[in-house]
Design a protein around this ligand. Sequence first.
Ligand code: SF4
Length: 307
Amino acid sequence: MSTETTAEAAMTAEGSAPTGAATPPPIRPALSPSRAADFKQCPLLYRFRVVDRIPTPPSPAAARGTLVHAVLERLFDLPAAERTPAAALELLGPQWDRLVAEEPALATMIEDDEHLTEESWYRQAGALLERWFTLEDPTRLEPAERELYVETEIDGLTLRGYVDRLDIAPTGAMRVVDYKTGRSPSEHFEGKALFQMKFYALVLWRTRGVLPRLLQLVYLGDGEIVRYSPDEADLRALERNVAALWAAIARAAETGDWRPRTSRLCDWCEFRPLCPAWGGTPPPLPADAGVRAVDPRATGVPARNED
Ligand code: SF4
């Protein structure tokens, strides 16, 4: 996949920096599985998130997911025998306090929601953690990595993301694990989650030279586990898929044509009031839209938030 054209076009779109102006940060085209999935779903959704960066208030479901992920990560700091359901529940309070300190809007989210109290909040998160213990036994697991940032460059495009957990067997076999705090999707929507996992598998394969043996999605909402064993043909197909997707993103960045693609998922889209397909009006494109579209970090967005 060629990204030179994209970067050049983005620079051209912005124009050259005037003499004496600070040198703009170098453009490093990059894509995460979440943003790739956004573009696949709807180019305008990608624009709202990546180019316009329209802030959205934290949702209870997303914040609960962040909290549960934080507890599942920290739990493995404890000696194996102490990784009990009670220990996980004890981590909820401190981890929530830490997250609120980082993003104070999380606290007001609970206060503003008439259906939520602090007690019900911890109860819901605790139920997800307790369900996890029925699916996996952390006393018998020693993850090689947790919340692992992975990235690789393929033909000038950086693919990157965060893997929840990576298990490596004594034989070297890798298992990539992702926790989902929602329910397992119907067959119709399962492709999105598998796309994300294959994306991680491709990055790990390229960086470590080992094809992950197993991709494992753990759905805490309903206690389902989805497992998938990728092969080389799968990951090469994914690579072609990502290249085509990136070419489409580059075209949109060059032309400014971020058209909406309506689907059943519009019912859950937080940007629907701004969407012309539903009678809304998007904001004007930012002056540096071309750069933002291909490299969110060039304008200072931390990778984790962009993921
Ligand atoms: S409402 Fe639908 S079409 Fe509009 S931006 Fe959201 S996902 Fe795209």
